[in-house]
Design a protein around this ligand. Structure first.
Ligand code: HPA
Length: 232
């Protein structure tokens, strides 16, 4: 039984791509999958299954933040036997030189998740991508001539914060960008014996204040999705 996903086990693929926005899940399913079928609309958090190059793949909205994502990832893995959970999302760069549209493969995710600290009784777990998925994504990108950056990112539960120096330490330690889901995705994938990877597109630069135009967004999201879909 699943509280938040109203589907039968057979309706969801072993590989699930997870955009935060449920309407992006719909867009991805309608534009990239063959014969997509919607299997979930509980709370409007749309999920679809179709095929890509003959392989069954699902796309499920995760919502924003680690609280929301953890509900869907827990249910997908524990309730539906999902093996690969692949986030396809956006992030705000904190390194000045990072351009809008840059695709990042998150090797690891630092963060401020209280739930993570709670799981590990106050100690700091290093939430990391599954290496095989990461390597495969890297090779796919290379073959498709999509330039990716690999590195540590930061997942936060607070989008709004009034500390102007908030990211200084993280910039100094080579953290590339900030988003709101990957730390928990990686922890849960490890904990529940699945494989996790976050593929991110820079939608804004928090330091320079630059943000993407809608055309930039469309094109670079397509790069990210191509990598994710090939992984299925
Ligand atoms: N903060 C957190 N998450 C984000 C951002 C940001 O600036 N941009 C895209 N995802």
């Amino acid at each position: 039984m699943s509280f938040h996903i109203g589907a039968k086990k057979s309706q969801i693929a072993k590989t699930v791509l997870l955009p935060g926005d449920p309407l992006r899940a719909k867009f991805m399913a309608e534009n990239f999958l063959k014969n997509p079928k919607c299997y979930n609309n509980v709370r409007g958090m749309l999920g679809f299954t179709g095929t890509y190059k003959g392989k069954k793949v699902s796309v499920q909205g995760s919502g924003m933040g680690m609280g929301s994502l953890s509900i869907y990832v827990n249910e997908l893995i524990s309730g539906f036997g999902v093996k690969n959970v692949i986030r396809v999302g956006t992030c705000g760069a904190i390194q000045k030189n990072l351009k809008i549209g840059q695709v990042i493969l998150a090797t690891s995710a630092s963060g401020d998740s209280g739930a993570n600290r709670y799981y590990f009784e106050g100690l700091d777990y290093a939430a990391a991508a599954d290496f095989d998925l990461l390597l495969e994504a890297y090779n796919i990108a290379k073959k498709k001539k999509i330039k990716t950056l690999q590195g540590n990112i930061f997942s936060t539960n607070t989008f709004y914060d009034d500390n102007p120096n908030r990211w200084d330490k993280w910039i100094k330690h080579n953290v590339l960008a900030v988003e709101m889901e990957s730390q928990m995705l990686y922890t849960l994938a490890a904990r529940l014996n699945a494989r996790g990877l976050s593929i991110l597109t820079v939608s804004d630069n928090i330091i320079t204040g630059k943000a993407s135009s809608s055309e930039d967004r469309e094109k670079s999201y397509t790069d990210m999705m191509k990598i994710a879909l090939e992984l299925a």
